[in-house]
Design a protein around this ligand. Structure first.
Ligand SMILES: [Zn+2]
Length: 485
């Protein structure tokens, strides 16, 4: 079985933020889950590097665009260690192989008759790299980037016949009712497509904005950044060569709710035009606020995933992102809540693993009996949670077993029982250690370090070890929450 999963590619004009950390940790959990089932997995991420915004940023910093994007790509690649990610591919859209694939893709859409030249006259937000209609504006400005002046674009360039794909897209959604998850996002995109599709511009005049992929057969124009960037999902698989990694296509795409149209309509229409199969499924996640507010530099509440990992560790941040943030909706990040979630890991999971190991080693030299427990019901819940991209449900199920095991220790008190009935105490500990082993296995896709440490300690002979989540000294150098003003 082959499984392909990809994140969207972030623009390289800012450091990685917590919203992207959420997306890539979700994708990582899926990749690990499928790998553990023995499937062959390609997991793609990378950086989106063309366009006006990047070009202007590079000029601002006095750098060649390629040098600028390479520097930022390295910062994104650093997330791999920080968040313990298992991606196999990291694509940069300024890579010559990707550029060649984007040009081939263009030619196929052109051969299909879906590309034509026309006058392009719009208001354009460089922050979004998107055109804006008057109805989308607030006080004549982009609501996402109110500090940026909108640009007035008036030029001849190329358009993609999006309007040709209204019915094919509706057919696609009809045929695959779970093409977009969650369901409300599918309804949203259906409504958008039913409203009629406007052809969109896919190029810019090169003399004004040279930082893009040259349009095949017209050196005066470069591709619009979205057109080239979307092709990464297949160029990373070696497309147009269809004999190698491209056999992993179609794949699952993880994207934020602001990417719904681009991923589940524009990109799908482009694929149909180029004669490539549509994606397998699009999973849409929500946004993360910080202390109940939108993150912004001026509010000083931007959450940096590198800082959080430094403070709490990789698995604690993964735990927060996957359990505290609802998988299908918006969520909030705060240091206060992070402390509570961390304490939960320490007091419930960490403590369970430590005290059961300590008793097992003390009374039975770590050697307990094999116990058979039927996990099929629990496993089914986990599998269904993954199929629904619901990581919260997944972790709720694992922690239900953590709670059961803790209750069992509290109720049976093996440390007392051992003095009266050694065999009964051994049986209790044998049972609980089997539960801990299951917890260790179940945590592998979501909290991989914790999982392997539990499984190492709960091998045939149980071992004691350091605290999995050391108690935090809150009186020492506890850094203020970004919102503690
Ligand atoms: Zn904008």
């Amino acid at each position: 079985m082959k499984y392909y999963i990809t994140t969207t590619l972030p623009y390289v004009n800012a450091k990685p933020h917590i919203g992207f950390a959420l997306e890539i940790v979700q994708a990582d959990a899926l990749a690990r889950y499928h790998r553990l089932r023995g499937e062959e997995v390609i997991f793609n991420t990378g950086t989106d590097e063309h366009g006006q915004k990047i070009y202007e940023k590079a000029l601002e910093e006095g750098k060649e665009p390629k040098a600028y994007v390479d520097e930022y790509a390295a910062k994104f690649d650093a997330l791999k260690d920080t968040l313990n990610l298992s991606y196999t591919n990291f694509i940069q859209t300024s890579d010559p192989k990707h550029e060649a694939a984007a040009q081939e893709f263009w030619k196929r859409c052109e051969a299909r008759g879906d590309i034509y030249k026309a006058r392009y006259q719009v208001k354009y937000c460089v922050g979004c790299e998107l055109e804006k209609t008057d109805s989308e504006l607030v006080d004549n400005r982009c609501p996402v980037h109110p500090n940026l002046e909108l640009q007035l674009v008036d030029e001849e360039n190329y358009f993609f016949k999006f309007s040709n794909y209204q019915q094919p897209l509706l057919d696609l959604y009809e045929k695959h009712p779970d093409f977009v998850v969650p369901e409300n996002r599918l309804r949203e995109i259906k409504t958008f497509v039913e409203g009629g599709l406007k052809d969109f511009s896919i190029s810019r005049i090169a003399s004004k904005m040279p930082w893009g992929v040259p349009v095949p057969g017209d050196e005066m124009q470069v591709m619009y950044v979205w057109f080239d960037a979307l092709v990464n999902y297949i160029s990373t698989l070696g497309w147009p060569d269809e004999s190698g990694a491209f056999r992993f296509w179609p794949g699952v795409q993880v994207a934020g709710k602001d990417n719904l149209r681009q991923q589940s309509a524009m990109w799908q229409a482009m694929l149909m035009s180029a004669g490539v199969a549509p994606s397998k499924q699009i999973f849409i996640h929500g946004f993360i606020t910080s202390g109940g507010q939108k993150m912004s530099k001026s509010l000083g509440n931007v959450v940096d995933p590198f800082d959080e990992v430094k403070e709490y560790g990789t698995d604690a941040l993964r735990y927060y992102l996957l359990r505290e943030i609802p998988s299908h909706d918006d969520g909030d990040f705060s240091r206060e809540r992070m402390e509570e979630r961390y304490a939960e890991l320490a007091n419930r999971l960490g403590n369970l693993v430590s005290r059961v190991a300590a008793m097992s080693v003390k009374y039975f030299e770590g050697k307990l009996d094999e116990v058979d427990i039927d996990w099929s019901g629990r496993q089914k819940t986990l599998d269904e949670a993954i199929a629904q991209y619901d990581f919260k449900v997944y972790l709720d199920e694992v922690f239900a077993v953590v709670d059961e095991a803790n209750e069992e220790v509290d109720k049976k008190e093996p440390f007392k029982l051992v003095k009266q009935d050694e065999a009964a105490a051994k049986q209790v500990l044998s049972m609980i250690s089997q539960q801990i082993r299951w917890i260790g296995r179940a945590l592998a896709p979501v909290l991989p370090q914790t999982s392997s440490e539990i499984l190492r300690r709960y091998d045939k002979v149980i071992l004691v070890g350091e605290s999995l989540f050391p108690r935090r000294d809150l009186t020492a150098s506890f850094p203020p929450s970004p919102l503690s003003t």
